[in-house]
Design a protein. Structure first.
Length: 152
């Protein structure tokens, strides 16, 4: 069932991401996705190994099949989040946008817990829901930083 969820998600989101209207230059998307992967890998390393908070598939193991999620899903979702963010919107639209993505991500996390893709020991979905807006906002801040750094 876990592979059905992973590949089913890919079948749905890859065409959406491929055909979405790109509001940002590819350089903004690429560098922010790479930043997001670096941040994610850093946090996951400590969460899995040191704190036993969460991880993929089996507890106390780092498996190659987790790369399907980390490399196959995270970058696409990050690209969609930063591409559709209402950069010129008013604050409440930006807040609702981040909360909506947080709600979606928490629901998807719940699904991955149920099918055995993800495990929680010293963690729960409420913590995730509270942290997702900050994580996603870090991606937005990276886009802004990159634009200022490159003068675009």
């Amino acid at each position: 069932m876990s592979w059905f969820v992973i590949f089913g998600t890919m079948l749905i989101i890859y065409p959406i991401a491929f055909f979405m209207k790109k509001r940002l230059p590819m350089s903004d998307i690429y560098t922010t996705v790479v930043f997001g992967l670096f941040l994610n890998t850093s946090v996951d390393t400590f969460a899995i190994s040191r704190f036993k908070a969460w991880g993929f598939f089996e507890v106390d193991k780092i498996e190659f099949k987790a790369l399907w999620i980390v490399i196959g899903l995270y970058p696409i979702f990050a690209a969609m989040i930063i591409n559709w963010y209402p950069y010129n919107g008013i604050w409440w639209k930006k807040t609702i946008y981040l909360i909506a993505w947080s709600a979606f991500s928490t629901c998807y996390e719940w699904l991955t817990l149920k099918v055995g893709i993800l495990w929680h020991i010293n963690w729960n979905l409420f913590y995730s829901f509270l942290l997702y807006p900050f994580i996603y906002y870090m991606l937005i801040l990276h886009v802004r930083f990159y634009r200022k750094f490159t003068g675009t």
